[in-house]
Design a protein. Structure first.
Lengths: 168, 273
């Protein structure tokens, strides 16, 4: 249990630093950036105190906002996905979720892909809608959401595959 | 009472979610209006400090280009100086550069720059300690960068010209027709000039400079060249796309401009109210 806390604290700090110092300077094709700091929310232990989890997600988003001068857009997106995560888990993993025994490294690739894709897509949609905040630019919002989501999903999957090997 | 407490306990997750969501929406909406995003900005000791230590490593890689820019600027200033001296040899106060100065310049280094969002900001390494205040202008040797938006002790945040909230008074270099500089959020290479009277003789390739109407920038700081123009929907004004002189994706050193007369001008303007 103690181990899990240390891992999550380390993940929190490393992901934020990685995000704001490295990944936000990519600007692929001028505007595409991956937002992989939400791996913290995606991989947070299933058995958890939901209040704490939602609060931590808010803190995560707010810290990223601090660095990127974006008001509260990351915080809003993170809180939302943290709140709806149980529904998404149930949808993607089905019955295993009810026993609360999922380890992300042991699940099937297809299920994991669904879970990642949905959660990342929702996060990015909220993020860019709030950031642009103008309904007449809906095409730009959707374009940014789509391309950044694809980039984020690929990076997140690669990172989880890369780091789960060690445990076996 | 019992039931209210029970209700809160039963829905505590949902209530916390609502609370945090509304807090972040409040911050978001605040950040969309000029001069209101006080709490969440990167000019504080934590984010400023982290950006500073990373920048200390990173700026070695830009030394070559920075040197080239400095050399180019020195070259330009020297040629102005040498050509200027001939006509003004009789000038009494030639050695005193601060005599009768209206503007004070401070050099600063950019720690963080963004250009892919719709509201972009830069963080620079001068703050209240260096007597930098809100609404000072920020330029490079090539042209304008933005306006100081928030300051902390050691750092300040600059609202870039690539920000949909920015409004800068600008004019044509060859005539005195002026308009307002804005950004439509699309390309980091182009900004827009609106509200320029239809009578103005605009052609592609004209230089646009800052106008002297605001107290933030002195008149005559270069902005960019006209790349395309059309008449807007009201048929009275031009809508002009301007290609910036500055490469906003690569900004290293900047100058902060303080207008020493700003206070006097603004009190004069406020007399009418």
């Amino acid at each position: 249990m103690n181990n899990a806390i240390t891992i999550n604290i380390a993940r929190f700090i490393i992901l934020i630093l990685l995000q704001v110092l490295v990944l936000n300077n990519i600007n692929f094709l001028g505007y595409i950036n991956p937002y992989i700091y939400i791996l913290f929310i995606i991989l947070y232990p299933i058995k958890n105190n939901r209040l704490l989890f939602i609060f931590l997600s808010f803190l995560l988003g707010l810290t990223v906002d601090l660095f990127l001068d974006s008001g509260g857009v990351h915080a809003a997106a993170c809180v939302t996905i943290a709140y709806i995560r149980p529904v998404l888990l149930k949808f993607s993993f089905g019955t295993i979720y009810d026993y609360q025994t999922i380890k992300f490294s042991t699940t099937e690739f297809g299920q994991r892909l669904t879970y990642f894709s949905i959660i990342i897509f929702i996060h990015h949609l909220i993020l860019f809608s709030l950031e642009i905040f103008n309904s007449s630019r809906i095409i730009l919002i959707l374009k940014k959401t789509l391309f950044s989501s694809i980039f984020t999903i690929i990076l997140c999957l690669l990172i989880t595959i890369l780091f789960s090997r060690k445990n076996k | 009472m019992q039931q209210i407490i029970n209700f809160i306990l039963r829905n505590k997750t949902f209530l916390l979610f609502l609370l945090l969501l509304s807090a972040s929406l409040f911050l978001t909406i605040q950040s969309h209006s000029y001069h209101k995003s006080k709490f969440i900005n990167s000019a504080n000791f934590l984010t400023g400090g982290i950006y500073e230590s990373v920048n200390n490593i990173g700026n070695y890689f830009n030394l070559k280009t920075e040197n080239a820019i400095l050399l180019e600027e020195n070259n330009r200033l020297k040629s102005i100086l040498f050509n200027f001296k001939k006509d003004t040899l009789k000038e009494e106060y030639i050695d005193s550069t601060t005599f009768n100065a209206n503007y004070k310049l401070t050099a600063a280094q950019v720690y963080k720059n963004s250009y892919s969002a719709t509201n972009n900001y830069l963080t620079i390494n001068k703050g209240k300690r260096d007597s930098i205040k809100q609404d000072y202008g920020v330029i490079t040797s090539k042209g304008i960068i933005g306006i100081i938006d928030n300051t902390s002790k050691k750092y300040s945040r600059v609202m870039s010209v690539l920000n949909t909230n920015i409004r800068v008074n600008a004019q044509l270099k060859k005539t005195n027709h002026f308009g307002t500089l804005k950004w439509n959020g699309k390309s980091p290479k182009y900004v827009q000039l609106v509200d320029l009277q239809k009578q103005a003789p605009v052609t592609v390739g004209d230089t646009i400079i800052t106008g002297g109407l605001s107290t933030i920038f002195p008149k005559g700081i270069p902005i960019g060249v006209v790349s395309a123009f059309k008449i807007d929907d009201t048929e009275n004004y031009f809508e002009i796309d301007i290609k910036l002189f500055n490469d906003m994706t690569n900004v290293g050193h900047v100058y902060i401009i303080e207008n020493l007369d700003a206070e006097e001008i603004s009190t004069l303007n406020n007399l009418d109210e």
